[in-house]
Design a protein around this ligand. Structure first.
Ligand code: BDR
Ligand code: CA
Length: 312
């Protein structure tokens, strides 16, 4: 199998962790070139520690982990402790100090170096705020035409952090604007589709039957994530937002996509961080995003199940 090269840019985060686990599973067609971390769900240092712990757990030894931006481009940092807990990955009992260490290079520089030295074949997979990706584009614009694609989790036609804005985009809308206006092909997995990937109690029960250490770890993650989503949003379970990006890269047939124009609101009094999706083509602007709007739930959970089983 020819593997597709990806850089996972993330803020783990329960669903980021599950995205990494799926990407590194034996059924995956992805070659993880690097994992870069960004301030998002919690402070970047905690997100880095979590990424390293996840790598330890799944035995991902040869993939460099590099810490990235500690705050958004313009506004104050904002975190989501009420969703992911104080550590950013509350739930499973994890060793405090991971064996794996982050490399001594800034995440933004890792993205730049990897893309510059590539054959234009690296896909970026951001599942946190877009700060690192925007900074990389600003610091070294030569990378822009060399990025194969950006497959991201963020945005939607409604919000979860404000009525209009989804968390990842809201945290750094200025960065999102840079990325969405860059001209790089974007596939966007926003709330419209990620809210169709809900790990209900029945699904968690089915996954519990897999019974290997990685599946058990995922179950612990899902139990905590489930409690916060039920409490904060009144959902039947947590949406596994970030894993939709990886699921798409492994099997695009799980999703239905529209090619549309998406602009990022950075000035609105009530709508800062909104992804303005031009479904009815009212702007006359060229489409810049492949927008996922429908998920085949059976296929999605089948893929997840096979991914977790592959660790047995
Ligand atoms: C996004 O925000 C974070 O809490 C999740 O990890 C996901 O990337 C969903 O809005
Ligand atoms: Ca995330």
């Amino acid at each position: 199998m020819v593997k597709r090269k990806v850089i996972l840019d993330c803020d783990p985060g329960h669903d980021d962790a599950i995205a990494i686990i799926l990407a590194a599973s034996k059924i995956s067609n992805l070659k993880i070139e690097a994992i870069t971390t960004v301030a998002g769900n919690v402070e970047v240092e905690k997100n880095t520690l979590n990424a390293l712990k996840v790598c330890d757990i799944i035995g991902l030894e040869n993939v460099p982990v590099a810490q990235g931006a500690e705050r958004p481009l313009v506004k104050e940092r904002e975190i989501a402790e009420e969703i992911h807990g104080e550590t950013g990955l509350d739930g499973p009992v994890l060793p405090e100090n991971p064996t794996k260490k982050a490399i001594d290079k800034h995440g933004v520089d890792v993205i730049i170096e990897k893309i510059l030295s590539s054959d234009n074949d690296i896909t970026l997979v951001p599942t946190g705020p877009l700060t690192n990706i925007a900074l990389a584009m600003i610091k070294e614009p030569k990378i822009i035409p060399k990025i194969k694609e950006i497959v991201l989790m963020g945005g939607g036609t409604f919000g979860n952090w404000t009525p209009a804005a989804e968390f990842n985009i809201y945290v750094d809308a200025e960065a999102a604007k840079v990325v969405f206006e860059s001209g790089v092909p974007i596939s966007m997995f926003g709330l419209d589709v990620t809210h169709q990937a809900i790990a209900t109690d029945d699904i968690v029960k089915e996954l519990s039957e897999i019974d290997n250490p990685i599946a058990d770890f995922v179950i612990e993650l899902l139990k905590f994530f489930s409690e916060t989503y039920k409490e904060v949003f009144g959902f039947a379970g947590p949406p596994i937002h970030d894993a939709c990006t990886v699921a798409y890269l492994i099997d695009p047939s799980i999703f239905q996509m529209n090619h549309v124009r998406v602009d990022i609101e950075t000035k609105g009094e009530f709508t800062y961080g909104m992804t303005v999706v031009d479904t009815l083509e009212t702007t006359g602007k060229e489409p810049n995003v492949h927008f996922a709007y429908q998920l085949d739930s059976d296929k999605f959970w089948d893929l997840m199940t096979r991914g977790l089983k592959s660790y047995s």
